[in-house]
Design a protein around this ligand. Sequence first.
Ligand SMILES: [Zn+2]
Length: 105
Amino acid sequence: MNLFACPACGEPAISSRDKFRLGPMRAVRCRYCRARVSVAALPSLILLALATLAFPFGFIAGFWLCQSSGSLPLSIFGGLVGFIALPLLFRLAHLRLVPLVVREG
Ligand SMILES: [Zn+2]
């Protein structure tokens, strides 16, 4: 599995699943040094805001792409795919771009 290095001890302690669930208000403990590890607040919040905006935008984009087919069910399906896929992209961006930090206390 893909592991991220702990910002306190440098050991590969944080799984991508752990990081997936992390937000600025959530922390996990490093299994090596017991440091509380979280994500950098500002990049995380910016991505969260963008992802929230992406929800309706993804639906509209998917709907539009399939609308040329002239089939309403297909358009709605395309909208749902966009609705799911776009925020997923932001989750992946979160995983790759937002740095891990040590949270005090
Ligand atoms: Zn550690």
